[in-house]
Design a protein around this ligand. Structure first.
Ligand SMILES: Nc1ncnc2c1ncn2[C@@H]1O[C@H](COP(=O)(O)OP(=O)(O)OP(=O)(O)O)[C@@H](O)[C@H]1O
Length: 298
């Protein structure tokens, strides 16, 4: 049964009153992957994780955690979105508390805590109050707490939201190191750059899973081509020549979505717009794909 999914959702529907937060989600998270659940605020990511962990009950469908093992939840580490640690306890005290909650003996808890604090580079800060840690360190401590009972599956809800870029990178390096050691990871994020770090991805939009697959698989299904235009100034409107389906701004660079880049390039050149500094075709990104899927679904 080793290739049975670690977590499976089948036709899951979750309603809050008349609002359908999950609309028939089918998804499998397999052992050994870093599965990234992507979607904007309100897409249903947190709800899906909670249903998967049995913290919320779905109205329809089923979820199977670790093949339906009894006490399966004890084999999962959950790092919720909001900081869930005790601010008036030190880093080490927080970890010991989490370890004790899982019933391990004090000596084992302390040894395990030390090992995890070293692994997460928090050992030098072990006596600092949790409240006095930076945002990035708080998130690492929340992660450390989620590891205290040696889970097989680690579930993280937007762990790097509001964390600075350097700490975000460090956090992902840590996730990779844990993954190398055999941990399966399910992480949800609104950040497209983090999507590229996952081994497989699912796009959630208004409670529906639009697609799942590796980045490569997903991008191979993108039906359009992208022209990137460098502009001297911000004026995307002048780029709406015939043949352009969409204009997306990235600062002073614009991505034009089109089925015919050669024709659009000719038209832009013929327009003799002095602000256009350069036009080149680039491969579509996951962000281009997600915008496309979201529009198609709306
Ligand atoms: N306890 C609740 N009661 C009522 N509505 C809820 C509840 N929890 C979530 N919702 C609604 O369900 C939808 C999905 O919310 P969810 O928190 O799962 O989204 P999300 O993708 O995790 O976004 P965010 O990043 O904002 O948390 C939203 O419309 C939200 O308002």
């Amino acid at each position: 049964m080793s290739d049975a999914p670690v977590l499976a959702f089948r036709g899951v529907v979750k309603r809050f009153g008349s609002r359908e937060a999950l609309r028939g989600v089918d998804l499998e998270v397999r052992r050994g992957e870093i599965f990234g659940l992507l979607g904007p605020d309100g897409a249903g990511k947190t709800t899906l994780l909670r249903v998967g962990l049995g913290l919320l009950e779905a109205e329809e469908g089923e979820t199977v955690l670790l093949g339906g093992a009894t006490r399966g939840r004890d084999r999962v580490g959950y790092v919720p979105q909001r900081f869930s640690l005790y601010r008036d306890l030190s880093v080490r005290e927080n970890l010991c508390l989490f370890g004790a909650l899982y019933g391990a003996k004090r000596k084992i808890v302390e040894e395990k805590g030390k090992e995890i604090l070293i692994k997460t580079d928090l050992w030098p800060f072990r006596d600092r109050l949790a409240d006095r840690l930076s945002g990035g360190m708080k998130q690492k401590l929340a992660l450390a707490a989620g590891l205290m009972h040696r889970p097989e599956l680690l579930v993280l809800d937007e762990p790097t939201t509001g964390v600075d870029p350097v700490s975000r990178r460090e956090f992902w390096e840590l996730l990779y190191a844990l993954h190398e050691e055999g941990l399966t990871v399910l992480v949800c994020t609104p950040y497209m750059d983090e999507a590229e770090l996952c081994t497989r991805l699912g796009f959630l939009h208004q409670g529906a899973l639009l697609r799942a697959g590796t980045g490569e698989e997903l991008l191979s299904g993108y039906p359009w081509r992208i022209l990137e235009v460098e502009m001297g100034g911000r004026d995307g409107e002048v780029l709406r020549v015939p043949g352009v389906r969409e204009v997306n701004a990235f600062g002073e660079r614009y991505h034009l979505v089109t089925g015919d880049p050669e024709e659009v390039r000719r038209r832009l050149e013929a327009s003799e717009n002095g602000k256009i500094r350069g036009v080149r075709e680039i491969p579509p990104t996951l962000e281009d794909l997600f915008v496309h899927l979201a529009e198609e679904a709306s």
